[in-house]
Ligand binder design. Structure first.
Ligand SMILES: [Zn+2]
Length: 416
């Protein structure tokens, strides 16, 4: 897009408008005042007419008219987005619904939806001539930012809380980032990263303070909308931690509806872990967010003080959607059943989404006649160590068919 297509940046708390190219949050509202990029859709409509979506490349660049990047500048060599949409009839039957689609964001280059937002951080850093990017992360954003920074030759500093997935930690190191493991929780990790960015002049790739990241992530909503425009699902299910993904998906869906591409909008179901569910609690009544210092096995949704709770709440409310919460046991069950009945490796956050769907069907929030699309935010291979406890041990034998036969017979006898 041309940057003239941006109307400005609007504070999500007080509504004050800022000019394009500011960084950080609203000067009046402080850290709560996340800025949201607002576009001139009339001009975007014209450029979509001139070059229809169907004729464009299969990646997040397909929606470049809706991204706050200068399309005159060269694009980094990223192949992000256009992730698979899997039809899952066996899982649908087991959950008791008509139709189920799984949008698999694990197919992105570093294995998560965060490649969409990290792409924006890296592009913005390059636009500004910065040499270093930094971000705080529960895991996915760290490995993603590290990978994309490596691809374009930026230095990356990633901050992870003490309790984080080994896979993301090792991936980040492998991509050449400097990894700072903070002896504290995610909120403390974000604070420290923000301090480091302002002290040392690093480009901040933090969702809470950088208004452009969600713009990359909303292309997930664009893809969902474009792929389902002829048969819009009744519900879209998203696991919720910091709140940015559900807000991003909704923004993408809203834009496609506004541009006349999506005939109607699905309802959003946000899923939080039962012990760490501050946004779900706010949805049920509290006016402001109350931090919840609970724990869950699912790292990427373990966020006790979510930064993007306002936009997440707005997304679910505006869509006439709902929130559900799930236990760790439910999350494991969701991961397991999706693997067995859909052949999809979805990780713990994906497991939470499927578990949330099951809960919503049981509570009759979602009807058995409804069609549903579940967003899986990361690749299940990231959670192999946790999944190890769900499965039985392999049959170990010498290279001898007879020995296998013996062991198979034993296993059958045990099961009988
Ligand atoms: Zn404000």
């Amino acid at each position: 897009m041309s940057l003239a297509d941006i109307a400005g940046l609007q504070c999500v708390v007080c509504g004050r408008m800022y000019g394009f190219d500011v960084e950080g949050t609203c000067t009046q509202c402080g850290p709560d005042g996340i800025l949201d990029v607002r576009f001139e859709y009339r001009r975007i409509r014209e450029s979509l007419r001139a070059t229809p979506l169907a004729t464009r490349e299969q990646s997040l660049w397909r929606y470049v008219d809706l991204l706050p990047v200068d399309s005159a500048l060269p694009r980094p060599p990223f192949q992000i987005g256009a992730t698979p949409l899997l039809f899952a009839p066996r899982l649908a039957a087991s959950l008791g619904i008509q139709k189920l689609l799984i949008k698999n964001e694990g197919a992105n280059p570093s294995g998560s939806v965060k490649d969409r937002s990290s792409a924006m951080a890296v592009i913005k850093a390059l636009e500004k001539g910065m040499k270093t990017v930094a971000c705080a992360s529960t895991g996915d954003s760290a490995s993603s930012m590290s990978a994309l920074a490596a691809a374009v030759g930026l230095r990356a500093y990633v901050f992870l809380p003490e309790k984080c997935p080994e896979s993301d930690l090792v991936q980040s190191l492998l991509f050449g980032a400097t990894v700072i493991r903070v002896k504290g929780n995610y909120t403390e990790t974000v604070r420290l990263c923000d301090q480091a960015c302002s002290e040392w002049g690093w480009y901040s790739g933090n969702h809470a303070t950088n208004p452009y990241l969600i713009e990359g992530e909303k292309t997930l909503g664009h893809e969902i909308a474009e792929a389902t425009q002829n048969e819009v699902p009744d519900w879209v299910v998203v696991p919720v931690g910091d709140g940015c993904t559900v807000a991003a998906v909704w923004k993408g869906i809203q834009e496609m509806h506004h541009l006349g591409i999506l005939p109607r909008r699905p309802r959003m179901l946000g899923v939080q872990a039962r012990q760490v569910a501050p946004i779900a609690a706010a949805f049920r009544g509290a006016k402001e967010i109350e931090p919840q210092e609970g724990d869950t096995i699912a790292d990427s949704i373990r966020v006790s003080r979510p930064a993007d709770w306002r936009r997440a709440l707005r997304a679910v409310r505006d869509s006439e959607g709902d929130f559900v919460t799930v236990s760790d046991e439910d999350i494991f069950e969701g991961l397991h059943v999706t693997a067995r009945l859909a052949g999809a490796s979805v990780g713990l956050a994906g497991g939470a989404a499927v578990a949330g769907l099951r809960g919503a069907v049981q509570e009759r929030v979602i009807s058995s006649r409804d069609s549903v699309l579940v967003v899986v935010t990361a690749n299940g291979l990231k959670n192999v160590p946790e999944a190890r406890n769900l499965v039985e041990t392999p049959i170990e034998v010498e290279p001898d068919l007879g020995k296998i036969e013996l062991q198979l017979a034993r296993r059958r006898a045990r099961r009988a």
